[in-house]
Write a protein that binds this ligand. Sequence first.
Ligand SMILES: [Zn+2]
Length: 350
Amino acid sequence: MEDGLHFDKIFNSHLPYLKASRTPPPANIRRRFNNLDSDVIGIVITVRQPLSIKVGKNTARNTNKREITLIDGRSNTIKVALWGDLANNEGQILSDKVSENPVVILSDVKGSFYQGEFSLSTTMISTMEINPSSTDADELQQRFKSFVCGKHVLHILPPTKRMREAPMVDLKDIIEGNIIELFCTFKTIIIKVINKEKPWYENCKTCNRRVYSRYDTTLCEKCENKKASFIRKPILKLVVSDGIDEAHVTLFDASDYLSGCTQSEYAEDMKNCETKEKCKYYKNLVTCQGKEFIFLVKTDKKTEPDQARKYIIAQEIKKYELLEVSNVQNEDDGPNDKKKLKIKKDASTH
Ligand SMILES: [Zn+2]
C-alpha cells in the first residue's frame, strides 16, 4: 500500500506548518486549520451520536457535528469531525454499519491540532465515499481483518501517540498535584465498576442537556418536555487502587474500551437478557474488575485539596501489557526514547 495513505504521513506533512513550535505540537497551541492536499482512506471503528452545535455569531442557526474514528493499515487512529449533511446522512449510514467496519475515502478535509492532538474536520466542500470499490480499500480491509483477527478492535488498538509519550507517574503524585506535564499516565487495578447496570447518561436530542429519566418519563427541564427523546452518552465510574492509594476514575468516550460496545448495544443487550449476569457486555465490565490498567489523564493545575484530586477524569485506558508491547514495537520512532526508559524503569520497580 502507498505510504501516502497512512495517517502518520498526513500528520508529518502538517509539521512544516508548525515548524515554529515543538514536535509534537504543545497542547496549548491555538487550534489551527490547514487543507489536506490528498484524500484520506481509513476504516471506521467508532461513530459517535451527532451533537447540535451553534454556528455563527449572531444567528441562532444550529448544525450537527458527529465524531468518527478511523484506523489505517498501521493501526494509527485519527478522529474526524463530520459536519452538517455528512454528519446527518453519511454519519447515520456509518453508525448503522460500524460493526462491519466500513472503509471510507474522504476528500477535501482539513487537518487541525487541538490540545496537542491531530484531527481532521470536514468542510462545505468535503465528500465521503463509503466502501468504495478500489484496490486500496480492499487491501486496507484485508490488513485490518488480519490485525483484528476476530477480536473487538477497541480491545487490541495500540495506545495513541499521546499516551505512549506521556510520562508514567504514581497515583499519589496525581492526588498530591505534583505533576508538571499536561498529560501523564498511571497504572492501577480496577477495584470496582460502580455503574455496571447503566454505563451511560441521557442527553436531550433537542437541546443536548441532561435529561432526568425515571420509569417512563424522561424530563428535559429546558424544553419542558416530560417525554424528551434522548441520546445515550457513555460514562463509567470506577474505583481504582495501586495498592497504596485509592481513587475514583470517570471515563466518558473511553468507556467503550471496557464494555466493548456502544451504549445502545448495551441497553439492548440488558433488555433482552433474562438476568444481567447473562449479558455479554455486562460480563465484560465484571471481568475487568481486579485487572491492571493504564489510564491517561490531563492534569489539573488548579490548586485543589487532595480529596478533590481523588476524583479523576481519564481520557484513555489500556491494558497494561498493551502499553509495553507497543513501546517495544515503536522503538524506531526515535524522539521519545527518554519517556520509554522512564516507563520501563517505573514498571520494574513495581
Ligand atoms: Zn431539551
